[in-house]
Design a protein around this ligand. Structure first.
Ligand SMILES: [Zn+2]
Length: 312
């Protein structure tokens, strides 16, 4: 009697197991539902995922991600998603709250997996210079990885691996799309290097509104002198303003750069004080806000050309 019950139980479990496998197979044929928290990740997910994914962006091009807050409808979309792609490295200040009710594997903070993130010195101890190396440990990770080609390629690889693992039946198509897309983005680097090389060495200095261009500066050998910190919500200090004006005069810098999404009143003051001209506004925080910048390729080309034309 006992043995027979056990046998039925085993058969029952085996059948339950089979039907679970069946359900899982059906689910893996459906497109992976991805919610993106950054405009650059919207493009990467669509380019790499193709018809294996459905991408729901929470941020439209041109929206400032530093001050974005998800509405109740956004939070519902996040709950329904199979995967949420975030820029990471602290960019989404609301993310710790959002993650609280979600399974740990629901959210991928892409920036957190990019090798060798730029560290920014946040302690003010008298060397707030421009773009010097920080190898001491009071730094903060710079979340603006999308402004340069190498970290973008790393992000493409990270998203590709994740999507292929979650939709193994579509993995070869995902890898093929990623390879073609990767090639297009990688081709921007030698072009950008040639453009930057035409700027005289002592003019390779980016005076910008907030601190968003360190990955670009590292990739192309530029110095940065931002007026604000890592967020567009920061404020500048009188000391920083004075140091920036001094630096512009010393170098005879002709151009300073506003940003597509930031408030640039301080920059306007610098223009009045120094005679440097405002360049074309740069895209600091993702896609959009300037003509032709709704794609990653367009954004990189826009930024590099604005810098190269402004400083040479
Ligand atoms: Zn920013």
């Amino acid at each position: 009697m006992f043995h027979r019950t056990l046998r039925f139980l085993r058969i029952g479990l085996a059948l339950a197991g089979l039907s679970l496998i069946g359900a899982a197979n059906a689910a893996t044929d459906a497109p992976l539902l991805i919610v993106t928290l950054h405009t650059v990740l919207t493009e990467i997910a669509r380019e790499v995922g193709g018809d294996a994914v459905t991408v729901v962006p929470l941020l439209r091009p041109g929206v400032d991600p530093h001050v974005f807050e998800p509405a109740p409808a956004d939070i519902r979309r996040v709950r329904e998603a199979d995967l949420v792609l975030a820029a990471g490295l602290g960019m989404e200040t609301y993310l710790p709250r959002l993650r609280r009710d979600l399974p740990a594997d629901r959210v991928l903070e892409v920036g957190n997996r990019i090798p060798d993130p730029v560290q920014v010195c946040t302690a003010d101890h008298g060397h707030e210079g421009h773009g010097h190396a920080h190898d001491h440990d009071h730094g903060e990770d710079d979340p603006h990885w999308w402004v340069a080609v190498d970290p973008l390629l790393a992000a493409i690889d990270i998203v590709t691996t994740e999507l292929a693992a979650r939709r193994p039946a579509a993995a070869s198509a995902i890898h093929a799309r990623a390879a073609a897309y990767r090639g297009r983005i990688a081709a921007l680097k030698p072009w950008a290097q040639a453009e930057i090389a035409r700027i005289p060495a002592n003019q390779r200095l980016l005076v910008t509104s907030h601190d968003a261009f360190r990955y670009l500066a590292r990739e192309y050998g530029l110095e940065v002198q931002p007026l604000l910190g890592l967020s567009t919500a920061d404020e500048t200090s009188a000391r920083r303003l004075a140091a920036t004006i001094e630096l512009i005069r010393q170098r005879g810098l002709r151009t300073v750069f506003a940003e597509a999404s930031a408030n640039d009143r301080t920059l306007a003051a610098i223009v009045r004080e120094t005679g440097a001209k405002p360049g074309r506004p740069l895209c600091a925080d993702g896609l959009g806000g300037q003509p032709g910048t709704d794609t990653i390729e367009g954004m990189i080309r826009h930024n590099i050309l604005a810098i190269a034309e402004g400083l040479r």
